[in-house]
Write a protein that binds this ligand. Structure first.
Ligand code: SAM
Length: 225
């Protein structure tokens, strides 16, 4: 109770970018730079493999022919998921607001494009057929920046495009004592905010990530018809 009150107050002044830069520098070249530090490397890889499978299955339902379609990976970290989307056939642009992450991603995955950018203030020269953001919006703890991020992604989505959000959501009655860089939102938080900006949540599924021993959610959103 006290911890969540402290977190609510602290979230307002929390410098998310500085926190990420420090974290990335603490684990140079290491998966923990962006992954859940409580996991072993093997658990991290197993969790990512499962998430990639679910992302593929879901994306292919809505974008059955990814070849030549352009996908934006928002908050790409070191680009592991960006490269998965490329292997699915998408042309991929990954963005992150950490310079070190973008440098690492470019070195590891030269077949993808990467750009330094803040999700809340995207200024990319085109719209995307698909936008995916994985375990990233849970780290946009500031409500104003979170809404700006949703708007910014909406502004970069093609009229027939799909936005896919994969992260842990919470049920309205669930409470968690989370560290200051993490916030779990409810499906209704997303539904309401997307409706306000002219998009609709068309798919929601919860799945259990065995290797992480927790549930995550996947949402698919599209411009309202
Ligand atoms: C938990 S990591 C996940 C990275 C990657 N999506 C993955 O799953 O491997 C979150 C990433 O989002 C990035 N990030 C957080 N807030 C961001 C923002 N507002 N704009 C761009 N990137 C952001 C962080 O720098 C970090 O690389």
């Amino acid at each position: 109770m006290l911890l969540s009150l402290f977190n609510k107050l602290f979230h307002r002044s929390f410098d998310a970018k500085a926190n990420w830069i420090k974290r990335f520098a603490s684990f140079p070249g290491d998966w923990r730079a962006v992954g859940d530090v409580r996991l072993t490397e093997q658990q991290y890889r197993q969790a990512n493999d499962q998430k990639k499978q679910i992302l593929s299955d879901t994306l292919l339902r809505f974008v059955p022919q990814p070849a030549k379609k352009h996908l934006l990976d928002g908050g790409c970290g070191h680009g592991d998921f960006s490269d998965h989307f490329r292997q699915m056939g998408f042309r991929v642009t990954g963005i992150d607001f950490m310079e070190d992450a973008i440098r690492t991603a470019r070195q590891r995955y030269p077949q993808c494009e990467f750009a330094l950018s803040d999700l809340a203030d995207l200024k990319l020269p085109h719209r995307f057929d698909a936008i995916a953001t994985i375990d990233t919006l849970i780290n946009v703890v500031d409500e104003t920046l979170w809404r700006k991020s949703l708007q910014s992604m909406a502004d970069h989505l093609a009229p027939q495009g799909f936005l896919v959000i994969m992260e842990r959501l919470r049920q309205p009655d669930e409470t968690f004592d989370l560290p200051p860089h993490v916030v779990f939102r409810t499906p209704d938080d997303y539904r309401r905010s997307f409706t306000e900006i002219g998009l609709t949540v068309i798919h929601h599924e919860r799945f259990f990530v065995q290797a992480q021993n927790l549930s995550e959610d996947i949402l698919v959103i599209q411009p309202a018809l």
